[in-house]
Design a protein around this ligand. Structure first.
Ligand code: ZN
Length: 129
């Protein structure tokens, strides 16, 4: 089963999509399998990290910004090379295990759509097999 979701993002932001992915798994009826979450954009990404303390994703954004600042040497005409770098380093997808009709996530883990060049209308896919 393939599920498609639309999202309106902020400038730079980690959007918690755990509930949507969990609901897709439930709706699919798959008891044991895998779930792929995929971002079809070049300046956004998917990651899994802590969803208990919101300061964690806030700190991730600060750390990623420090690691990949905008640079004068960048040549890309659009002027958003730092966002492309961030997206590539975080990655376009995550694969999760489905066990007993649920995502096998750790207690503190959540799934995030990571926006690095918003605000934009974005899409992500959830493929369940
Ligand atoms: Zn670009």
């Amino acid at each position: 089963m393939l599920y498609t979701y639309q999202l309106q993002t902020k400038k730079e932001h980690f959007h918690d999509i755990t509930k949507q992915v969990q609901d897709a798994v439930k709706e699919s009826g798959v008891e044991e399998g895998t779930c792929l979450v995929f971002c079809p954009h070049t300046t956004a990404a998917i990651t899994i990290n802590e969803n208990a303390d919101p300061d964690v994703v806030s700190d991730l954004l600060v750390g990623i910004e420090k690691a990949f600042p905008d640079r004068r040497e960048f040549r890309h005409f659009e002027g958003n090379s730092a966002a492309h770098l961030k997206a590539s380093c975080v990655g376009a997808s995550e694969t999760l295990v489905i066990s007993q009709e649920k995502l096998l996530l750790g207690t503190w883990q959540g799934i995030y759509f990571c926006e690095f060049d918003g605000p934009r209308n974005r899409t992500f896919y959830v493929k369940i097999t």
